[in-house]
Design a binder for this molecule. Structure first.
Ligand code: ADP
Ligand code: MG
Length: 329
């Protein structure tokens, strides 16, 4: 830990939060000794470690993928057949599909674990996904909870590609179930701040928790353009002890992530994406993060498309996809 850096941060700040789950939890403990810190070190510690996260799902009575913890060769040997084919995920530091390997056989599992330098891992059964959804909520130190509508997410290569709100294909009862599960997970961590819970909807209709992010989440970026309060507003409110209000979705929205791939043409040559074309589509809100170099798979920005109806939002987003060379959804 950079004790001097932490001291400086405390001196300059009246309250401290994080938008990144891989901040060492110990740093938050230090900061929390002298300043309000939310989410707490304990909550971040759970969300940054898949082993603790899975244990928290179980403790909160929220179903998650069948899995095994692998920290030693004996645990790898003892993995039950039901977990293959599966996904081996490092317990810590994974994001955007990094630190994950799909494995079908025990030999592949062994090779994958070796490839991950035998770091502590979780092996999850590969589940038959119907689709993916997420819930972003905010919880105050008094235990008050407000939430955004259920978001429907499409991932490509383990990276979020498209978010649609309202979720076009998710029955009301399932949405309610997701909201309640997310609330229960926040409650049982005594969570303060903005929390995102990612879920899988399985082909048999069951809801399974995937992972939690102790921060504003990519699937909630549309809230800046389409809601009366954004996930970032709520983050500040929870930190400052200001009142929480239930957010209202002002317009149906589709969010498209803009990965570095968009900065290359079909032949692989570098290009500036056709922003003027994209901005000619009504309802487009473009957000570029100012990152200097575009690499494939790197999140460079996103755009939110709002419209009067969900169909029109999708239609407009599809127009933007065509202009940018993104696949349809
Ligand atoms: P990350 O931290 O990289 O977001 P996730 O655990 O959310 O890691 O996995 C990324 C994506 O990989 C998920 O959104 C989903 O599309 C797919 N995935 C992850 N776990 C499973 C699983 N057990 N079964 C099927 N697909 C999965
Ligand atoms: Mg994820």
């Amino acid at each position: 830990l950079d004790e001097q850096g932490l001291a400086q941060l405390m001196q300059r700040s009246s309250a401290i939060t994080t938008e990144f789950e891989n901040v060492p939890a110990a740093a938050l403990v230090t900061l929390g000794s002298q300043r309000p810190v939310a989410p707490s070190a304990d909550a971040v510690a759970i969300c940054q470690d898949r082993v603790l996260e899975k244990a928290h799902f179980r403790l909160s009575g929220v179903p998650c993928a069948p899995h095994a913890v692998i920290t030693a060769p004996a645990e790898l040997q003892a993995v039950p057949d039901e977990l293959l084919p599966g996904i081996l995920k490092t317990a810590r530091m994974g994001y955007d599909g990094k630190g994950q390997v799909r494995v079908s056989t025990r030999a592949e599992l062994q090779a994958a674990w070796d490839g991950l330098e035998q770091a502590p891992c979780v092996l999850e059964a590969l589940l038959p996904l119907e689709r993916e959804i997420s819930v972003v909520l905010a919880r105050s130190s008094q235990g008050e909870v407000v939430s955004f509508p259920v978001q429907e997410n499409l991932h490509r290569q383990g990276i979020l590609a498209v978010t649609q709100v309202p979720a076009p294909h998710v029955p009301q009862a399932l949405q309610q179930q997701a909201l309640e599960a997310a609330r229960a997970l926040a409650q049982s961590m005594n969570y303060v701040g903005v929390l995102c819970v990612e879920f899988f909807v399985l082909q048999d209709g069951r809801l399974v928790a995937n992972e939690m992010a102790p921060r504003p989440h990519n699937s909630g970026h549309y809230t800046v353009d389409a809601c009366d309060v954004s996930q970032f507003d709520l983050q500040v409110r929870t930190l400052a002890g200001l009142p929480l209000v239930q957010p209202t979705l002002l317009a149906p929205a589709v969010m498209l992530n803009l990965l570095g791939d968009v900065w290359f043409d079909a032949a692989g040559a570098a290009r500036t994406p056709p922003w003027a074309d994209v901005l000619s589509v009504p309802g487009v809100h473009l957000h570029l993060y100012g990152k200097l170099s575009a690499r494939k798979g790197r999140k460079m920005g996103h755009l939110t498309v709002t419209a009067g109806t969900p169909e029109q939002a999708r239609e407009r987003a599809l127009q933007a996809c065509t202009m940018l060379g993104l696949p349809a959804f």
